[in-house]
Design a protein around this ligand. Structure first.
Ligand code: URA
Length: 255
């Protein structure tokens, strides 16, 4: 990428050009394969111990996703009524981008503008996301962008666990079709749900994770909406992006 173009986007990110060294974070660790739902794990019973009264988890009927191609999957998502969000959405937000992309960017859920336009990350946060991607040489149309939820939670509240459980099969199907070489999760909600953890984002970023059976490299960074509110963390986001770029180069064998 032309260095003037990169500098312009670094400027849009609010990042000075004298960034010190291009070293990836030191403590890269590989986590065990992440579970795909955040359902509580079953415990082995202990002899002679009275069974504790556990809260009963809600029965979650996740949609059966059999879609073998993008068109069928898109249609299935558009017709989804698996959770209450179908009653308040304007339309589903399937995802956008290159269905042959190496990069899958995963956000949280559509906001008001995304609900109106039917495309993820089209508001102010989306503009910053575009700048973040371009800063590492990725025009928006070269990646695929999707969310954990395909429908907007009213008032932009956090997704509820049962909404995530019902919607995740669609993201899993997207991942199976795309077979990305790297995944970039933006924000706490995407990171925690992909990794089935409630660890804070600060503990999840700066290290390499892997996702699913394909062991796809997964890098975590801040949500662009958070960065709009907290520009002082843009420098850390830039470190994450460089780390993701270096991880991709290794995964794709281009370094
Ligand atoms: N925030 C997200 O996480 N996703 C969108 O699509 C828009 C805003």
């Amino acid at each position: 990428m032309d260095s003037n173009v990169r500098n312009a986007y670094l400027e849009a990110l609010g990042i000075d050009r004298w960034v010190p060294r291009d070293a990836p974070p030191e403590s890269a660790v590989v986590l065990p394969e992440s579970a795909r739902t955040n359902a509580p794990r079953a415990r082995a019973p202990v002899a002679d111990t009275p069974a504790p009264k556990l809260p009963v988890a809600p029965v979650v009927r996740a949609p059966v996703v059999a879609a073998g191609d993008w068109g069928a999957l898109r249609e299935q998502v558009a017709a989804c009524t698996a959770c209450e969000l179908c009653k308040t959405r304007t339309q589903t937000v399937f995802g956008v981008g290159n269905t042959r992309a190496d990069w899958l960017v995963i956000g949280e859920a559509p906001g008001a503008e995304e609900d109106r336009q039917g495309e993820p990350f089209v508001g102010r946060a989306g503009q910053l996301l575009n700048a973040m991607l371009l800063a590492i040489g990725l025009p928006r149309e070269t990646v695929f962008i999707a969310n954990i939820l395909k429908c907007r939670p009213p008032g932009n509240r956090d997704p509820k666990p049962e909404e995530v459980s019902r919607c995740l099969p669609y993201l899993s199907a997207q991942i199976a079709l795309l077979k990305p070489k790297i995944m970039l999760a933006v924000g706490r909600i995407a990171a925690q749900n992909l990794l089935a953890t409630d660890a804070p984002l600060a503990r999840l970023r700066g290290k390499l994770h892997h996702f699913g059976e394909a062991n796809t490299p997964l890098v975590i960074t801040y949500h662009p909406a958070y960065l709009l509110r907290t520009p002082s963390d843009k420098r850390k986001a830039w470190e994450d992006l460089k780390f993701a770029r270096a991880t991709y180069a290794r995964a794709a064998g281009t370094n």
